[in-house]
Every structure is written in C-alpha cells, then in structure tokens.
Design a protein around this ligand. Structure first.
Ligand code: HEC
Ligand code: HEC
Length: 358
C-alpha cells in the first residue's frame, strides 16, 4: 500500500476512536475523502438545503474555480473540462448500468448510459423516506454511501461497513430536516398536517393538496392524488391502486424543458418483441427493465420545498412558479378531449401554498 494511503487510514482510524459514532458519521460525511478526488458528501449536499443550486455553484466558482464540485461528474464532459452545466443547471452526470434486455440504438455495445440529474436533497429523505434516488435504485443508505464514495469521490480506499453505517446514522439524525416539525415526526412525534394558510392565495392554494375528489371539477385535490400522506409523497385513495404508490410519470422527461440529449433505448420484452423509448432519462425503466416504466420517477416529498430549488429530477423547474406552469401544461393534455385549464391566479396560489410546506 502507498505510504499516503497508510497515513490517511491511520488518521481515519484515530479520528474514529476519538470521535465516537455520531461524530464519526459527521466526519465521514463532511471531511473524509477516502483518498479520492477531494470531494465529500458535503461537496454536493450543502448544510442548509441538502443540495446545490446553480446560484450556490456560481458563488462557489467565484470563491474558488477549483472547488471539487466542478470535477469529474460535475464538469461538462465528465473529465474535468468545462463548468457551464454546473453553473447553469447544477446537474451531475450519473452513470446507470443498462439492464440485460435494454440497449441503446446509437451505441449497440454500450452497457451503461450517462444521464443528467439534479442533486436530490438530503433533507428529510433518509430519515423519513426509505426510497432513495429519483429512480429508487439504491436499496439502502449504506449501499448508497458506498457508491457515492466510489463514484462521485473516486475513492481509492474502500469504506468499511462500520464507516458506512456511521454515515447512514448521521444522515438520519438531527441536522437533516427541513423543520422542527419534521425532526419531531422522525423522532416519533405527531404527523405533520397540511398548514391552513394565512394569506388568501395560500388558503386558496390549499385545496389542490387536500384529499378530495370531484368528478365535475378535477382541480381540487389534483396534487394530492400523488402528493398525499404526511410527507406528501405518495398516492391517495382517489388515485389508481395500490394506495401509497411511490412512482409515477408526470411528463418531465417528455417535455424535456432542460433540453437534455434524447437517446433511443430498445427494450426486449419477455416474449422476444422489442419496444423503443426515446427519452433524455427513462428513470425507473432502467431499473426494472420494463418499457412501461419509461419516464417514471419517485414521487418526492414536498416538505421543505422553499429550501431545495431547483425542482424535478433534471432541475428543469427553477422556481415553484415553474413547477405550477409544468403541471398546468400537463393537465391540459393529460385527459384526451378533457383539458383541465389552470388560471394564472390558480398557478400563483399553488406556488404560494408550496412555499408554506415546511
Ligand atoms: C458529485 C455530487 C455528489 C456527491 C459528492 C454526493 N452526492 Fe449524494 N446525490 C447526488 C446526486 C446527483 C443524487 C441524485 C441522483 C439520482 O437521483 O439519480 C444524490 C442522491 C443522494 C441521496 C438520495 C436522496 C433522495 O432524495 O433520494 C442520498 C441519501 C445521498 N445522495 C447521500 C450522499 C452521501 C452519503 C454522500 C457521501 C458519501 C453523497 N451523497 C455524495 C450527488 C452527490
Ligand atoms: C400522477 C402523480 C402526480 C401528480 C398528480 C402530481 N405530482 Fe408532483 N411529482 C410527481 C412525481 C413522480 C414527481 C417527480 C417528477 C420528476 O422529477 O420527473 C413530482 C415532482 C414534484 C415536485 C418537485 C419536487 C422536487 O423536490 O423536485 C413538485 C414541487 C411537485 N411535484 C408539485 C406538484 C403539484 C403542485 C401538483 C399539482 C398541480 C403535483 N405535483 C401533482 C407526481 C405527481
């Protein structure tokens, strides 16, 4: 083993003994690089928001153009060249293995595909949501941490199971919540309710998030169909079964407002037939190998939205107004022949209410 590696390992072990479990988790999350490219979890999961916005990236670039955020999968070409994508979109190049029955039309022998994804916030999610990553591909926090250390940080030292467990415990703990109410809920306290709203727009906006259904007016409860339950991240009883569903398609890849490169994926079905899917990011379909899951993603929690812009898996919505605009476009085409049209005031109400969700 190289000498520097030995020294780093010795420092790691000493810190481990000196700090204890909770602090060891913090040390590994914020400082240890495992002899990698200088990145830690904190490089991408900022303290206040759990993520990085284009504004954060711009501030960091002004302070230090060699900030490790801009290395590797944070650079334009994935090899450390170019900061344009990070400064404007703040997306990371995520490499996903292709399932055995899936291939790319334009690159027959490729076994992985590189997609552009926003940095999912670590607020509330590890502690109050077991489904990890936009496509749900990580089965556990320890496996997620191992792959982040290998992938994003390009580590030469393999973390031990104890270190991975310390990171996982740290992420489920005190500083990873969007509000005191969420922290209390994670510690066994009361389920957070839907806030009543104070201003008129907030009070009007609430109706989109109530668990109600009216066949003659599809607007009340429209968002609650998928953003229900205490974390506002599961389907409710008015949506198609099963109750509590966590994955849906809301057309983010179809609209592709981010303008990401579209690839054609060829799925071979169990009966030998083939189906093609053209998409900038097919999401869940690359985990299940099923074409019918194309462009389907995890329903994210809406708690703490004020802190975690931009939104959607590709960061294509900069603001909550952009989110409202996205759904307005979707509702106009969702039910063929029965467009649901949202007024400018309804979109503003929706955004105002989302800002309240702590
Ligand atoms: C280079 C930036 C980067 C670094 C460094 C990084 N992450 Fe992430 N993290 C991401 C991105 C991008 C995603 C979302 C990817 C996706 O959904 O496919 C993510 C997702 C996550 C999630 C899932 C959140 C959710 O809502 O599903 C957790 C938990 C997480 N990271 C923890 C960590 C830990 C722990 C480390 C350090 C060991 C780490 N990350 C290092 C970029 C990074
Ligand atoms: C059919 C299910 C469904 C409905 C109905 C729905 N959503 Fe979503 N929502 C999702 C899914 C799935 C995502 C993730 C999409 C993606 O990233 O591609 C999402 C993402 C979001 C996000 C982004 C969160 C983040 O952290 O990036 C916001 C905000 C949001 N929805 C608000 C709303 C509002 C407002 C409504 C009502 C107008 C609504 N949703 C209706 C399923 C739904």
């Amino acid at each position: 083993m190289k000498r520097t590696v030995w020294i780093a390992a010795a420092i790691g072990a000493a810190a481990w003994i000196a700090l204890g479990y909770e602090d060891a988790g913090r040390f590994l999350f914020e400082q240890e690089t495992f002899e990698g490219n200088g990145r830690t979890c904190l490089t991408c999961h900022g303290k206040d928001t759990g993520t990085i916005s284009p504004q954060d990236a711009q501030r960091r670039f002004a302070l230090n153009p060699r900030d490790p955020l801009f290395r590797h999968d944070g650079s334009d070409d994935g090899r450390g060249n170019g900061v344009n994508r990070m400064l404007t979109e703040a997306t990371i190049l995520v490499e996903i293995p292709l399932p055995a029955n899936v291939r790319l039309a334009d690159d027959r022998y490729a076994r992985t595909v590189t997609l552009r994804r926003g940095i999912a916030s670590t607020l509330n999610t590890p502690a109050l949501d077991r489904v990890l990553m936009a496509d749900g591909r990580e089965p556990s926090l320890t496996s997620q941490a191992r792959n982040a250390i290998r992938g994003h940080a390009q580590a030469k030292i393999e973390p031990t199971p104890g270190q991975l467990e310390a990171i996982a415990r740290f992420e489920r703990g005190g500083s990873f919540f969007s509000s005191f109410a969420m922290r209390a809920f994670a510690e066994g306290g009361p389920e957070p309710a839907l806030p009543a709203g104070v201003t008129e727009p907030e009070k009007r906006g609430r109706r989109f998030f109530e668990d109600v259904f009216d066949p003659n007016d599809l607007r009340p409860g429209a968002c609650a169909l998928c953003h229900s339950g205490p974390m506002l991240n599961q389907t409710n009883r008015f949506f198609a079964p099963p109750l509590g569903g966590r994955f849906q398609n809301v057309g983010v890849s179809e609209f592709n407002r981010a303008g990401n490169p579209v690839r054609t994926f060829i799925f071979r079905n169990a009966d030998g037939s083939e189906q093609t899917v053209a998409s900038p990011d097919p999401g869940l379909a690359l985990i299940t190998g099923q074409a019918r899951d194309a462009n389907t993603f995890k329903i994210p929690s809406l708690r703490g939205l004020r802190k975690t812009a931009p939104y959607f898996h590709d960061n294509s919505a900069r603001t909550l107004e952009d989110v409202a605009e996205h759904y307005a476009r979707l509702f106009e085409v969702l039910i063929p022949g029965k467009p649901v049209v949202l007024t400018a005031q309804e979109k503003a109400d929706m955004a105002a209410y989302m800002r309240l969700l702590e």
